[in-house]
Design a protein around this ligand. Structure first.
Ligand code: SF4
Length: 101
């Protein structure tokens, strides 16, 4: 069964809330994000609102799915928002470094 899921760092998605891997039910990574249930505006701050950016980054810092979130943001070229503990500038820097390596 599909459900409409809203998490701060992602837009609303129609997703399966879990899937079965062998005998285990596995939740998708984005349902385990520390940002789940928080106001999505925190993760799309105005660039001059440094305190909001710091708040979003502090949520990411304690998130168990931070690597998965960052991988998603990099592979899908998310150009706005806080993802995986990175700002847009951080992700551009990471991608530039990867291209030049
Ligand atoms: S790393 Fe940050 S944006 Fe990504 S799921 Fe976790 S809390 Fe949300």
């Amino acid at each position: 069964m599909e459900a409409l899921v809203r998490i701060p760092s992602l837009t609303s998605l129609a997703v399966r809330p879990d899937h079965v891997d062998g005998d285990q039910v596995v939740e998708p990574w984005y349902l385990r994000g520390a940002c789940r249930g928080l106001d999505s505006a925190i993760f799309y701050p105005d660039p001059v609102e440094e305190f909001v950016i710091e708040h979003a980054l502090s949520v990411c810092a304690r998130c168990e799915v931070r690597p998965e979130c960052l991988d998603h943001a990099l592979s899908s070229r998310e150009s706005t928002g806080i993802w995986g503990g990175t700002t847009e500038q951080d992700r551009r820097r990471i991608l530039r470094r990867r291209r030049s390596a």
